[in-house]
Design a protein around this ligand. Structure first.
Ligand code: ATP
Length: 192
């Protein structure tokens, strides 16, 4: 079975996934894979066809420029997703067939939003917005405004709570007991 780990920017998805990884669970990092796929030859050509050459710097995709374009343009975002998402989906399925663990983990920022059917259960990582802003500014050396703009573009915690099977609070609560509780529930409820 596949447990999906999702959450807003700076919620700590990758950090939580590293905990699962340390415990021996295979983890697929969809956003990292998407970045690799974005720079594959065939994808570069498709991006050039849709977005033109001004999203390239030194023959590499300038992700910042691309993000600026799609951020305020839903039609272009849809076109970009149509290039990337099916490939990431295939890449994930291929990866999954190679795993022999009963529980595999998929980490992705966008999961609830697209109704991701490749996961059996969803776990959202939640952290109050002000803490996430501080953590991302520290991690990425970015601006307050930039992080807030990205947060405002993502779904609210309330919707995450309603659409998730599990929640991990990654502020003041310990992570490992929460991870263990989820694993116990999965083992008790899934025909593993
Ligand atoms: P993004 O959506 O931007 O990829 P993410 O959800 O994967 O982010 P992480 O990169 O795991 O989030 O965490 C964001 C930052 O917060 C990182 O610098 C990480 O080290 C830090 N962080 C994560 N969890 C905690 C915690 N419990 N206490 C303090 N700092 C934390």
């Amino acid at each position: 079975m596949v447990l999906g780990i999702t959450g807003g920017i700076g919620s700590g998805k990758s950090t939580i996934c590293r905990v699962f990884q340390e415990m021996g669970f295979p983890v697929y990092y969809a956003d990292d894979r998407a970045k690799l796929i974005l720079n594959s030859k065939i994808v570069l050509q498709e991006i050039q066809d849709v977005f033109g050459s001004n999203v390239f710097t030194n023959a590499q995709i300038n992700r910042k420029k691309l993000a600026q374009i799609v951020f305020n343009n839903p039609k272009k975002l849809k076109e970009l997703n149509a290039i990337i998402h099916p490939r990431v989906r295939r890449d994930f399925q291929e990866w999954l067939t190679k795993q022999d663990h009963k529980i595999c983990i998929k980490e992705a920022a966008i999961m609830i939003e697209i109704g991701d059917t490749s996961v059996d259960k969803i776990c959202s990582v939640l952290v109050p917005k002000d803490i996430r802003i501080k953590r991302v500014i520290k991690r990425d050396l970015t601006s307050n405004e930039e992080v807030i703009a990205r947060i405002n573009n993502q779904i609210e915690d309330q919707e995450r709570i309603e659409k998730s099977d599990f929640i991990i609070h990654n502020n003041q609560e310990l992570i490992i007991p929460q991870v263990l509780k989820i694993l116990h529930t999965l083992e008790a409820t899934s025909p593993l």
